[in-house]
Design a protein around this ligand. Sequence first.
Ligand code: SAJ
Length: 411
Amino acid sequence: YEVAVIGLGYIGLPTAALLASYGWSVCGVDVSQRVVDTVNAGGVHIEERDLDKLVHDAIAGQTLVASTEVPSASFYMIAVPTPLRENNQPDISYVEAAARAMAPKIQPGACVIVESTSPVGTTERVAEIIAELRPDIVVPRDGTTDEADIALAYCPERVLPGRIVNELVHNDRVIGGVTPACAERAAMLYTSFVKGDCLYTTARVAETVKLVENSFRDVNIAFANELSMIADVIGVDVWDVIRLANRHPRVNILRPGPGVGGHCIAVDPWFLVAGAPQAARLVRTAREVNDHKAVHTEERIRALIEASPDGKVALLGLAFKPDIDDFRESPALEIAAALAHTHGERVLLVEPFTEDLPETFAETGARLVTLDAAIRAAKIVVVLVDHTAFRHLAPADLAGKLVFDTRGMLK
Ligand code: SAJ
């Protein structure tokens, strides 16, 4: 194969299929037999715009195959998860496992690229693992210009869930080589399909850039979320405040919500904090503010439930953001689950992006119903996610109900 993509998740699968559509012969590798079988049958195990056709065509055209074994390849791309442990410390064990799995296959001339969002220093760790397992090949090391047998680079993805396929092609791309020669080699892969600019730097800077991008967004959302809590105390409408403040030419406040979700923005800032715990004060506080916003939202809903002792409560949306079927780290889901565990019989859940409720709702008594059924039956209506399917709700539909719109969706 020309390219082996390790990890067929939200980033690995679209990237593998896209590379295949540009003519590369690609082997996608995943530890899950189910994922491998689905992909080999031309199907997808994740919902993402334009992805099904891309995978179907790549499999039909025989430029993409999936396997549970890492094959020998010219380029190895690591796109496995880097979760957070209980203590907010990064867990890079999947990246390390991928490096160990590919090490025996690596031939001189190969290029290894890490794409997984990673704490700073992870690419160096991959170099260490390969060097340990393959004393016969010279692995490039940071700051050296020695001739190495392989190339090693960190090239973060920065695509938005829901627009992954489009953004993979059109976004600018940071290419961080352990040495400049490594960056050049890695760029051969990216320049074949990226229409944005490819920007060259070191692996360490590229690792930091990825974490900083998501921390920037987290800090800005935290400002909006804190404002919403300040506005509750002061007794003003936060949406009016933001709308009017944003008419200042240099002010652009983001939108408050029920907290910050997804597997990136709610996680990556902790990687930055872990690398510099004393210095990263604002970044840590922003994380805490955004996590607290979910607690605050849950408390406000509980107050409404207690004020209306026998009415049903409709919770609109479980996903981590609008128009997506992704429930990972979703504050809406966490809030709904907590309420279902104490008031299950009264909870009506509306989520157009799922047909089955997640396991956490089992035996709580909470039910998944249609929007119309929920609105008809509920005394309390809470907007947790501003899905397009909810946006047609009009004041007349909600007359006589207690309404809490955490997203500022309703007119
Ligand atoms: N959110 C708000 N208010 C806002 C904007 C977002 O509450 O004004 C919430 C969303 O509802 C959601 C969370 O923030 O719960 C994150 O959503 P998002 O759309 O900001 O970001 P993600 O997680 O879908 O994707 C981010 C993107 N990063 C940036 O915009 C800097 C994407 O480009 C990255 O590639 C992705 O993380 C990633 O994979 O790291």
